[in-house]
Design a protein around this ligand. Structure first.
Ligand code: PMP
Length: 431
C-alpha cells in the first residue's frame, strides 16, 4: 500500500483508476449558496409540482397497498407500471409493448446498464458533440472510446457521422452503438430535424448500426409538438431510454429501457446483478400518479414554466451579452448552449463567475476529448424566474471585462483553446 496518495490506488480495477473528482465539482458545492444564481445543475422545477396531490397519492399507497409497496419486486419492473409507460410513450407516438420494457433507476441507470451490456475496454461508441455528461460518465466507466460528431441547429451532423463510419471501416473498426438525445438535447438545447432522423435510420440499416435513443425531454416541447422517434423508424436497431424525471419527478428515480427482446433479457440479468429489482414503492407511486392524477396537466404546467424561463433568459442574453457571444435557441427542454469568443476559457472563468455570484457548467464536461473550452451550458429550468435576468446580467458583466482583458493581453493574436487538464473530468451534476 502507498500511503502518500490514495492508499488503495493499486487495488482499484482498471476502469476506476482514471476516475477522480474535479476541481470544478468542488466549485459547484459553493455554487449552491443562495446568493449565487446557478444555471449549472440541470434540475427539474419540482417546486411547480402539485405537492398536495403527491402527498395524497403517497398516503393512499401506504394505506391501501403498503405491504406490497415495501416488498421486493421482479427485476423487469411491475407489469402494471410498464403498461402505463406504454401509454406515456404513445403520447409521443413511440411504439412499445409492456414486454419490451425494463424499469430502471432513472434513465441514468439505463445508460449504465446498456454500457455494461455492450462495451468492452477500448470499444468505440459514437455520440453527439457535445453530449450528456452522464452519458459520457456511464460510457467512460466501462472504458469506451467515445468519438463525438459535431452538431448544428438541426442536431447531429449525420453527414459527418457517415464520414466517421467510413473512416472507421477503413481502419477495420466499427462502433458498438451511436448514442443520441434527439429531442431538446442536453446540453446543446437543439433537436434533430425530421430529415436527419430519417437519414440516421437509413444509415442504421445500411451500416448495420445499433442506436441508443435517450429521450428525457420529448414531452417538454414548449408548443407541445412531438417528433418521430428513431424507435418508430427502425425498432430493431434502437434501444430507447425514457424517464419520469422530467415529466413527474427525478426523486422517484423511475426510468426505463425499451429494447429488442434479446437485449431486454440481458438488461434484466444485469439489473438483477446490480440491484435485484426496481423500488416497488416508487413504481407503485408512479402508477398511482399516472392513473389517479391529471399527469398531462402537470406536464403542460412544466412546459409553461420552462418556456417562460427560456424566454426570460433569451431576452436577457440579447440585452447583456457582448458582441461575439453566440447561443442556441431552444424550442423545449432545459438548456441553452453558449459559445464565447476565442481567448476566453470557460473552465478557467468559472471561479471568477462564482465570485461574481453566477454559475454555469463549462463546456469541457460534455466532450470526452477535452474540447469545449469556449462553451458553457446554461440551464434555465431551476432558478426562480426573477433571478434569471440578474444571473445573466452578472455573466454579461464578467464576459465584457474578460473580453477587454483578452484584447489588452493578446490584441489580435488570440491563442488556441488549451486542452483539458488531467484533473479535469466532466462534472457529475444532477441532470
Ligand atoms: N439523459 C439525459 C440526456 C439527461 O439529461 C438526463 C438527466 N438530466 C438523464 C438521461 C438521466 O436522468 P434520470 O436518471 O433522472 O432519468
Amino acid at each position: 500500500m502507498r500511503l502518500d496518495t490514495d492508499p488503495y490506488l493499486e487495488r482499484y480495477a482498471a476502469r476506476v483508476q482514471g476516475m477522480s473528482a474535479s476541481e470544478i465539482r468542488a466549485l459547484f458545492s459553493v455554487a449552491s449558496r443562495p446568493e449565487i444564481v446557478s444555471f449549472a445543475g440541470g434540475m427539474p422545477n419540482t417546486a411547480s409540482l402539485d405537492l398536495e396531490a403527491v402527498e395524497h397519492v403517497v398516503a393512499q399507497l401506504v394505506r391501501e397497498e403498503g405491504a406490497t409497496a415495501l416488498q421486493y419486486g421482479g427485476g423487469q419492473g411491475r407489469v402494471e407500471l410498464r403498461e402505463l409507460i406504454v401509454e406515456v410513450m404513445r403520447h409521443e407516438g413511440v411504439p412499445a409493448h409492456a414486454d419490451d420494457l425494463v424499469m430502471t433507476v432513472g434513465g441514468q441507470q439505463a445508460l449504465e446498464l446498456i454500457a455494461k451490456c455492450f462495451v468492452d475496454p477500448g470499444d468505440i461508441v459514437i455520440a453527439e458533440g457535445p453530449t450528456y455528461v452522464g452519458g459520457i460518465g456511464a460510457l467512460s466507466s466501462h472504458q469506451a472510446d467515445v468519438r463525438q460528431v459535431e452538431m448544428d441547429a438541426d442536431g447531429m451532423r449525420v453527414d459527418l457521422l457517415e464520414q466517421l463510419l467510413t473512416d472507421l471501416a477503413a481502419q477495420g473498426r466499427e462502433p458498438k452503438f451511436v448514442y443520441t438525445v434527439p429531442n431538446h438535447q442536453n446540453p446543446a438545447g437543439v433537436s434533430m430535424s425530421v430529415e436527419r432522423r430519417h437519414r440516421l435510420a437509413e444509415l442504421a440499416v445500411s451500416h448495420d448500426l445499433l442506436l441508443l435513443e435517450d429521450n428525457p425531454y420529448g414531452l417538454l416541447d414548449f408548443d407541445g409538438r412531438t417528433w418521430p422517434s428513431l424507435r418508430e423508424l427502425v425498432p430493431d436497431r434502437v434501444i430507447y431510454v425514457g424517464t419520469m424525471s422530467k415529466t413527474f419527478a427525478p426523486g422517484v428515480r423511475t426510468g426505463w429501457v425499451a429494447a429488442p427482446a434479446p437485449v431486454r433479457d440481458k438488461l434484466i440479468l444485469l439489473r438483477e446483478a446490480a440491484d435485484l429489482c426496481p423500488a416497488s414503492f416508487t413504481q407503485m407511486l408512479v402508477e398511482r400518479w399516472l392513473t389517479t392524477q391529471p399527469w398531462q396537466d402537470q406536464v403542460k404546467r412544466f412546459r409553461t414554466v420552462y418556456h417562460e424561463r427560456a424566454e426570460v433568459m433569451l431576452r436577457a442574453l440579447e440585452d447583456e451579452m457582448p458582441e461575439g457571444v453566440e447561443w442556441t435557441v431552444p424550442a423545449g427542454g432545459f438548456y441553452i448552449w453558449l459559445t464565447v469568443p476565442a481567448g476566453i476559457d470557460t473552465s478557467d472563468l468559472l471561479a471568477k463567475a462564482i465570485q461574481h455570484r453566477v454559475a454555469y457548467v463549462p463546456g469541457r464536461g460534455f466532450y470526452a476529448d477535452g474540447t469545449g473550452g469556449q462553451q458553457m451550458r446554461l440551464c434555465f429550468s431551476y432558478p426562480p424566474i426573477d433571478r434569471i435576468r440578474e444571473g445573466i446580467v452578472r455573466l454579461g458583466e464578467l464576459l465584457h471585462t474578460e473580453l477587454e482583458l483578452v484584447q489588452a493581453v493578446y490584441g489580435g493574436q488570440i491563442p488556441d483553446a488549451r486542452e483539458r487538464r488531467p484533473d479535469e473530468p466532466g462534472p457529475q451534476l444532477g441532470g
